[in-house]
Structure formats: structure tokens, C-alpha cells
Design a protein around this ligand. Structure first.
Ligand code: FPP
Length: 235
């Protein structure tokens, strides 16, 4: 079983348009997929689930869609508190959280605080997140610590670098799922995905069911993860 699954939840807009609905209806219905997948991961004993909920680039969408997504985020976080409690889920977040509107940030911080003692799944929301932002931010902080003399450049290794990323508390994902038939990483977890198994699913995110998650895990379990070694070495 993977200890960490990351998901690019794509296709909400297309799902809505195909039904003659506003794009935001796709995001609203996408929340139900979020609940299903979080429950399924909890039931399977998976430790970490990272969801790409809002990218740095998403700030450039039409203002009404950005506002609606922020409002949906606030509503979802407060509305899903029972799901978090019933499933012992701890809410976490990665990204440039200072960019979030104050109401959204307050709701998020309160929910993170309220669920911090839960020992089950870490449900990690990537919000105002992009991997290049995270890598640049880490680099600036490393440079600042080196300039202060707290860090020797020759001592910087992969573990040091990882410790400066917003994903530092979590293991790298073993499995990345992207829905909607697109085959891209889209600035998500570029450092952390170095050895991750990629799984692409044609379904649009609002149609994603628990069974689709199980299929992705079964597919992952059939892969041979070599980490640069040969099959013979692994045997
Ligand atoms: C991508 O679909 C999805 C998003 C940008 C937002 C994802 C948000 C949710 C599923 C709802 C809120 C989530 C949480 C965790 C509270 P798209 O709009 O790019 O779809 P398209 O490619 O079909 O246009």
C-alpha cells in the first residue's frame, strides 16, 4: 500500500460544461469526490493524501471563478469537519498560504488546529501552490541561512533541501493520479515526484469513484520500482 498518494483533480470545468452547467458546479461536485477519496484512503490506512486544490497559476482565472473557489474552500473546510472527526483525519496544507483571502486562511488555520491531534490520514491541501514557487522559496531561505552563517553550502544535501520545502513533514508520494485524460505534471511536486509512479485516468474528477482509486492502487502494486537499479539487483 502506498504511504502517500497525490492527486491532480482535473476536469471539473469540462464535467460542468458537458452538462450545460457553470464551471463552478463542477468544482462543487468535485468536493464529493474529495470526500469519497479521503474516506477510502482512511479506510485503507494510507497515511498521506495530497490534493492539488488551487495552483499559483489558478489565481489568473476569471475573478468570479477564483472568488467562487475560495468561497467553496471555506464552505468545504467547515462543512467537512464531521468527516475529519469521524475518520480521524488531520487537515494540513502546503503552498503560499499568505496569498489566501483572510477568511479562507482563518478557516483553514482553525481546521488545521482542530484536527492536529488526529492520528489517521493527513489530508494535505495544496493551495496557492506550485512546485517552482516551493523550490524558489526553499532556495531563498537556504541562501538566507547560509548568509547568516547558520548553514555551510558544502553541507547542503537532498535532506537539507527537502527540509526547506513546504512538503518537508511528509514522505514523497509513491503514487500520483491525474484525472481527465491529461498527461502533465502542471508544476505539482516537481522535487517530490522524482521516483513516483504516475497513473492517468480518463474520468473527469467529479466522476472519480472509490473503485477508480482502488484500480489505481492495484496498478501501482503491479509496478516494479527500481530506483535506478536493475531487476536482478532488486531480486
Ligand atoms: C481542476 O479542474 C480543478 C481545480 C482547479 C480545483 C479543484 C477544486 C475542487 C475539486 C473543489 C475544492 C476542493 C477542496 C479540497 C475543498 P479544471 O477547472 O481545471 O477543469 P477543466 O480542465 O475541465 O477546465
Amino acid at each position: 500500500m502506498p504511504s502517500h498518494i497525490a492527486i491532480i483533480m482535473d476536469g471539473n470545468g469540462r464535467w460542468a460544461m458537458s452538462k450545460g452547467l457553470e464551471r463552478i458546479s463542477g468544482h462543487n461536485t468535485g468536493v464529493e469526490s474529495v470526500r469519497r477519496v479521503a474516506e477510502a484512503c482512511s479506510e485503507l490506512g494510507i497515511g498521506n493524501l495530497t490534493l492539488y486544490a488551487f495552483s499559483t497559476e489558478n489565481w489568473n482565472r476569471p475573478k468570479h471563478e477564483v472568488d467562487a473557489l475560495m468561497e467553496l474552500l471555506v464552505r468545504t473546510i467547515s462543512g467537512e469537519m464531521k468527516t475529519f472527526i469521524d475518520n480521524n483525519i488531520s487537515l494540513r496544507a502546503i503552498g503560499d498560504l499568505d496569498q489566501l483571502p483572510p477568511a479562507c486562511r482563518e478557516e483553514l488555520d482553525a481546521a488545521i488546529d482542530k484536527t492536529s491531534l488526529h492520528t489517521g490520514l493527513n489530508l494535505i491541501l495544496a493551495l496557492s501552490y506550485s512546485a517552482r514557487w516551493d523550490i524558489l522559496n526553499a532556495t531563498k531561505n537556504i541562501a538566507a541561512d547560509a548568509a547568516k552563517g547558520d548553514l555551510q553550502p558544502s553541507d547542503i544535501n537532498e535532506n537539507t533541501f527537502k527540509s526547506y520545502l513546504s512538503t518537508a513533514p511528509f514522505p514523497d508520494p509513491e503514487l500520483l493520479i491525474r484525472t481527465s485524460g491529461e498527461h502533465r505534471i502542471s508544476n505539482f511536486l516537481l522535487w517530490e515526484l522524482a521516483y513516483t509512479e504516475l497513473y492517468f485516468c480518463d474520468k473527469l474528477w467529479p466522476d472519480f469513484e472509490k473503485d477508480d482509486l482502488y484500480l489505481s492502487i492495484l496498478d501501482y502494486q503491479k509496478r516494479e520500482r527500481r530506483f535506478g537499479l536493475t531487476s536482478e539487483q532488486l531480486r
